[in-house]
Write a protein that binds this ligand. Structure first.
Ligand SMILES: N[C@@H](CCC(=O)N[C@@H](CS)C(=O)NCC(=O)O)C(=O)O
Length: 231
């Protein structure tokens, strides 16, 4: 498999799963600040022009190679391929879909916008910053309640945890304390201490872009419009 990756929360989700399962793959570093994700070749794999993407050269469904985009879809695909960390029964599939969709539609976008206003946007935007901080904290409260009765989102560690861990992992640099969320704090620590998770969050760590990205890089990452996806 080819794994198109950048050391970001969405990249880590898949890096964790690949490290946990040991599925054979090569990691291809995508330089988001240079716009590698906007090329026609990349957009043929992911029309949304974002990492993560995998290309499976030994696909069990369809004709290989098969490309998969969206982290939740990739995690489900890999769980089925590995026969681990995913749903088995129809009822479990329903529950996994709920938590994977929840992350992709709620925690991820709210944390991503908070990160934008903390790290990259001009500083005088209190309303937007407060709005996304509150929304991110709201998603932490959802996890806090869920984790009050169990160690993981389901009974055992699974792709649902891999999906939601990365943004909780970096809550402090986002300016959000986990102190009001003791169950999330313990869950975060439980996951962080796994050797596979350590390997994943250290993967290409030096390639992480920082808040000092320059104006040209910001133009690639933060001033996209329809024209970037239609040429
Ligand atoms: N919903 C997508 C989000 C993917 C995403 O936002 N990826 C970011 C990195 S964390 C990206 O590739 N950004 C590049 C860009 O926006 O140009 C998923 O879960 O896979």
């Amino acid at each position: 498999m080819d794994f198109y990756f950048s050391p970001t929360p969405n990249g880590w989700k898949i890096a964790i799963m690949l490290a946990e399962t040991g599925l054979a793959h090569q990691t291809i570093l995508v330089d988001l600040t240079k716009g590698d994700q906007l090329t026609p070749q990349f957009r043929a794999m992911n029309p949304n022009a974002k990492i993560p993407v995998i290309v499976d050269h030994e696909a069990g469904i369809g004709t290989a190679p098969v490309s998969v985009f969206e982290s939740g879809a990739i995690l489900l695909y890999l769980a089925e391929k590995a026969g681990r960390f995913g749903p088995i029964t129809a009822l479990e599939r329903k529950e996994y879909n709920e938590w994977l969709f929840w992350q992709a539609a709620n925690q991820g976008p709210m944390a991503g916008q908070l990160s934008h206003f903390v790290n990259y946007a001009p500083k005088d935007q209190e309303y937007a910053h407060g709005r996304y901080k509150g929304e991110f904290e709201r998603t932490l409260a959802v996890l806090e309640t869920r984790l009050s009765q169990r160690d993981y989102i389901f009974d055992d560690y699974s792709i649902a945890d891999m999906m939601s861990f990365p943004w909780a992992f970096i809550s402090k640099p986002l300016g959000v304390s986990l102190a009001p969320f003791p169950n999330v704090t313990a869950w975060r620590q439980r996951i962080k201490s796994r050797p596979a998770v350590q390997d994943a969050i250290n993967l290409y760590k030096d390639a992480q872009f920082s808040k000092t990205t320059n104006a040209q890089q910001n133009a690639v990452l933060f001033n996209q419009s329809a024209q970037h996806l239609m040429s």
